[in-house]
Ligand binder design. Structure first.
Ligand SMILES: [Fe+2]
Ligand SMILES: [Fe+2]
Length: 383
């Protein structure tokens, strides 16, 4: 057992939230089906969350021939044309370039050997109980389905941003989201437990983000959804077998920082930042994200993580980023955090045996110091 400090779960509260989610799930999906049939829109994403695929099936051959190949052939200007002044090689690539000049020694060759997929699965099984593996998969597939939407949203944003630089940034984001989707999905499948569909709250959140107009997508995706994803990666990147999430964390940090850099060059008008319709729409986006906390509570409890400490930490971070970028909500940030603490404390007082007032928004759920440093820069603009 890897997580010995289990938190207690209020079965009645879980049952109630599960029932509510099941009803909401049926309602949102049925309503979207009816709307689609009537030609009034419906679900915008061509995405089949029950099968963790896009509509149309796996298309493995295309993936191998295009996606895998383009990554294999990805080249860096620094390596091929150092005279152009690019600094785009990683430390490892630079080390490899140096090594290529010498012949490889047997010990170096051993160090490059990777464990096989079967060995990895066996390691997961010996490290975690089945319930722990299911909990990790339940928590991370919430982000996995989000990666599908991040891929879709960044592809749409690519056509909507101005400047060559912004387009190159969005082009790389599209590529990285594609990589995140297939890599995270392969990682989740290695856990050998059932992969859940989207919950109604994820469905609502991500569909609403995908349907946003223009730059509001930067708030919905790069601030809100990527801020949540960044926090989940920060939460779990230290666990055995999940070390690769540190690489995701680096990419998502860059994506979450994109609005600040883009809006510095192409600022929103005061009206775009502050008009009451936009502020209310942003708040409506945040609400389903908050309902994810009771949804994931039993799984987070299994991992020894307090869902509301995590939720408070996430909202503190993404609200700092949102307000810094001019994506205002109907209330000031301090009032948002106070209201959230009140709601979370009320819920915990009603569902936990012993609960004392806690400042949930004062927690930082990211454990590794290196990742915390990255987050301080992204969320709070620290130097
Ligand atoms: Fe991503
Ligand atoms: Fe991203």
């Amino acid at each position: 057992m890897h997580f010995p400090n289990k938190l207690s779960t209020n079965e009645r509260a879980v049952h109630l939230s599960r029932r509510a989610e099941a009803v909401a799930n049926r309602l949102v999906r049925r309503a979207d089906k009816v709307r689609a049939r009537a030609g009034l829109g419906g679900r915008k994403a061509a995405y089949d969350d029950a099968n963790y695929e896009f509509v149309g099936g796996p298309g493995e051959t295309l993936r191998r021939r295009h996606y895998d190949k383009s990554l294999r052939l990805l080249w860096k200007a620094e390596a091929h044309a150092p005279w152009l002044g690019f600094e785009d090689c990683s430390k490892e690539e630079r080390a490899l370039l140096q090594m290529a000049e010498q012949s490889m020694k047997p010990a170096e060759r051993d160090a490059l050997d990777r464990i096989t997929q079967d060995e990895f699965r066996a390691m997961l099984k010996s490290t975690y109980t089945e319930r722990e593996r299911q909990a990790i998969v339940n928590v991370l597939t919430a982000i996995g389905h989000g990666e599908a939407y991040a891929w879709l949203v960044s592809a749409e944003l690519l056509g909507q941003v101005q400047s060559t630089g912004a387009r190159t940034a969005l082009t790389m984001q599209v590529l990285e989201e594609a990589k995140h989707f297939v890599v995270l999905r392969a990682l989740m499948r290695s856990f050998d437990v059932p992969i859940p569909r989207q919950s109604a709250w994820e469905y609502l959140l991500l569909e609403n983000v995908l349907k946003l107009d223009g730059l509001e997508k930067l708030f919905g995706m790069n601030v809100l959804v990527e801020g949540i994803a960044l926090s989940f990666f920060g939460l779990l990147a230290g666990a055995p077998g999940l070390e690769i999430l540190q690489m995701f964390h680096l990419d998502e940090a860059r994506h979450a920082a994109l609005p600040s850099n883009y809006l510095a060059e192409f600022p929103m008008s005061e009206w775009e930042k502050k008009n009451p319709v936009a502020r209310t729409r942003r708040l409506k986006l945040v609400l389903p994200a908050l309902l994810l906390m009771p949804q994931l509570e039993p799984d987070l409890n299994e991992l020894g993580i307090d869902a509301y400490e995590f939720g408070g930490s996430v909202v503190a971070k993404i609200s700092a980023l949102a307000y810094r970028n001019g994506f205002y909500l109907p209330m000031p940030r301090w009032a948002l955090l106070l209201a959230l603490d009140a709601v979370f404390n009320g819920w915990c007082a009603a569902t936990r045996d012993e609960h004392r007032w806690t400042s949930f928004t004062g927690f930082d759920s990211t454990k590794l110091e290196a990742l915390r440093r990255v987050e301080r820069r992204v969320f709070y603009g620290a130097a």
